[in-house]
Design a protein around this ligand. Structure first.
Ligand SMILES: N[C@@H](CCC(=O)N[C@@H](CS)C(=O)NCC(=O)O)C(=O)O
Length: 210
């Protein structure tokens, strides 16, 4: 099976990148420079017509969306140990990852991609402020969710933990008081110290502190 991941450093694609590296599957990773607009190049739009990362190409077939990519990598390869083993936990993993993709990520997009939410520039400051408040409330919710847990699913590291690291970094990036979220901080420090995660961050050229 040939796997090719398209990612941008520090973007949400980091979650899929971590999942792939942790899985032990062989894959190639291609960097897309989103700041330079490479995601909108004709070549990349042929691979992913939405012009977003991540994209995982599996034997020539394109899969988009972090939730789907991580379900394929972890759920489809149980030997990797990155996916819970019972059905209810699997459903919970999907529930948490869907919430991260559908609520937490868009809250942040209100701050960084404000132009997508209104053409009226005079509303942008208010949209950013609301996004910041919503994003912070999500991060606090995550902190409560992981209280007293080594990993999200207790003793087992799963793809959910790698995905949680992405939003922690984004919180640091916009100077939120992430250290005050003590449970979330402890979990993310454990994630960041895993050898596979260190390799991915080195490959992407990023640190936990953006
Ligand atoms: N729901 C998608 C979101 C993908 C997405 O928005 N990716 C961002 C990076 S975090 C992107 O490609 N941004 C480039 C752009 O918006 O032009 C997923 O979770 O995979």
């Amino acid at each position: 099976m040939k796997l090719t991941l398209y990612y941008a450093p520090g973007a949400c694609s980091l979650a899929s990148h971590i999942a792939l590296e942790e899985s032990g599957l062989a894959y190639e990773a291609f960097r897309i420079n989103t700041a330079a607009g490479e995601q909108r190049s004709p070549e990349y739009l042929k691979i992913n017509s939405r012009g977003r990362v991540p994209t995982l190409v599996i034997d020539g077939r394109t899969l988009t969306e972090n939730v789907a990519i991580m379900t394929f990598i972890a759920g489809g390869h149980p030997k990797s140990g990155l996916w819970p083993s019972n059905t209810l936990d699997q459903a919970e993993a999907l529930s948490v990852m869907s919430w991260l993709a559908n609520s937490v990520h868009p809250a942040f997009a209100h701050i960084f991609r404000t132009e997508r939410y209104s053409d009226d520039v005079s509303t942008h400051e208010a949209i950013k402020n609301k996004g910041r408040e919503t994003f912070w409330n999500c991060l606090k919710e995550i902190d409560a969710m992981v209280a007293g847990r080594r990993w999200y699913f207790g003793n087992r590291f799963t793809v959910v933990d790698g995905y949680l690291l992405v939003f922690y970094r984004w919180g640091l990036r916009i100077h939120l008081d992430m250290k005050s979220l003590t449970h979330y901080t402890a979990l993310v420090e454990r994630v960041a110290s895993r050898p596979a995660v260190k390799r991915v961050m080195a490959e992407e050229g990023i640190a936990l502190q953006p």
